[in-house]
Design a binder for this molecule. Structure first.
Ligand code: CMP
Length: 138
């Protein structure tokens, strides 16, 4: 079944010149880039996007980080797109969870600075696509 997912190349990925690397892996996997843009994230969008983490110890620094520079946001489409991108990304902790060969394992060292985000469920994907691409939401 074709799915949509929302992905981000976070400020660390943009600053390190990894936009092409991430999008190349997405395309080589066979996922379709259905929408794509670069923007600097407002406090409001950052808070809405990461609402589920509000109250956690890392939340303030996560908001500071995600608003610190431009991000690339994209809607990907394809069969099992949500799980497919999460496989490409690797686990949240780039050293202890991400499998070798994943984006995070190959290029990141710290959990906060883990380069990319991908929706974790169909419900998150719907919510996040509506936040980032209101014109694109179904
Ligand atoms: P992401 O997949 O975007 O979802 C939430 C983000 O919070 C996560 O990637 C990391 O960037 C960050 N994060 C999650 N857990 C921690 C943690 N323990 N310490 C610091 N940052 C974290």
């Amino acid at each position: 079944m074709t799915e949509q997912t929302l992905i981000l190349v976070k400020p660390d990925g943009v600053a390190r010149g990894l936009i092409g690397e991430v999008l190349s892996r997405v395309e080589r996997k066979g996922l379709t880039i259905a929408a794509l843009k670069m923007e600097t994230v407002s406090e409001e969008l950052a808070g809405a996007h990461y609402a589920e983490h509000e109250g956690k110890a890392f939340y303030p620094s996560l908001i500071e980080f995600i608003t610190s520079g431009p991000v690339v946001a994209a809607v990907l489409e394809g069969p099992r797109a949500i799980a497919a991108f999460r496989q490409l990304a690797g686990g949240t902790d780039p050293v202890e969870k991400a499998l070798p060969g994943s984006i995070r394992a190959d290029f990141a060292l710290e959990t906060q600075f883990n380069l990319v985000h991908g929706s974790d469920s169909p419900e998150s994907a719907k919510r996040e696509i509506a936040l980032w691409f209101p014109e694109f939401a179904q």
